[in-house]
Design a protein. Structure first.
Length: 260
């Protein structure tokens, strides 16, 4: 039975198109200002301390790779898109419980495990759409200003972001099965992902607290290392995938046992 998957997938189309449009607009803006910005970027790097750049994952700001990694990926992808996945997944169970739609769904011959699996699987729509459209937009933009980005590194930025985004979605799922109100669950998931990102960012400023970042998903995805230095941390991606599976199993176990 895949009716839930099909229905949920259709619901994700509009949001995916909107996000792609936002990234296209951002790409036009950033690529249009880079040629002029790059002239003073070297002086900017010299004037600002290395710790500030490190905190925000910034490196080689005067290059197109460093600029795009810092301006588009370090914030809009690593934080905002992660928040989007957590926010959406936080409503998939709690929203149906609140609207009593879940009662109708479970009255049909479908298990609770299947409900969770199909609703989570529907996130393939924004996951695939964004990770195909955005790198194409970024690459075309870089070529348009005669600063072509390595297409392999660009593809790896997106491929290795998949486990990271899945973990953020799984965090939202865990929250979704714990609360009966969609807005409450979505708010908590949003704050949780933001706080994890903030802890990771701040912990890099003080070696004494850097270990805290090991418990944050963003520590295991470094878009700047991938795009600028072409370093592909497959082991870190594997850790994120394991975390994703564990979180989904925990959420499924909670949902199977709870009363609605």
């Amino acid at each position: 039975m895949t009716a839930i998957l099909e229905n949920e997938s259709r619901r994700r189309l509009r949001g995916s198109v909107v996000l792609i449009g936002v990234f296209a607009a951002l790409a036009i803006l950033y690529f249009s200002i880079f040629p002029e910005f790059s002239e003073g970027a070297v002086e900017l790097e010299a004037a600002i301390s290395d710790s500030v750049f490190e905190a925000f994952g910034t490196e080689s700001y005067h290059t197109i790779e460093g600029f795009i990694a810092a301006e588009m990926y370090s914030f809009f992808w690593v934080l905002l898109i992660a928040v989007y996945f957590a926010y959406v997944s936080a409503g998939i169970i709690a929203g149906d419980i609140e609207s009593r739609k879940m009662d109708l769904t479970l009255s049909t011959p479908v298990s609770r495990e299947s409900v969770v699996a199909q609703k989570m699987a529907a996130l393939w729509v924004p996951l695939v759409a964004l990770n195909i459209a955005v790198p194409i937009i970024v690459y075309v933009g870089s070529v348009s200003i005669d600063e072509p980005i390595n297409p392999v590194a660009l593809a790896m930025v997106h491929l290795l972001s998949v486990p990271y985004l899945l973990v953020c979605a799984a965090i939202g799922l865990v929250v979704s099965v714990l609360f009966d109100r969609a807005r409450t669950a979505q708010g908590i998931a949003l704050v949780a992902v933001f706080m994890l990102w903030l802890v990771d960012t701040i912990s890099t400023l003080d070696p004494e607290y850097e270990w805290l970042g090991q418990f944050t998903p963003s520590r295991y995805y470094d878009e700047t290392e991938i795009l600028v230095n072409e370093v592909y941390a497959f082991f870190d991606a594997a850790i994120l995938l394991v975390a994703f599976v564990l979180l989904v199993l925990v959420a499924t176990g909670i949902f199977v046992e709870r009363d609605i």
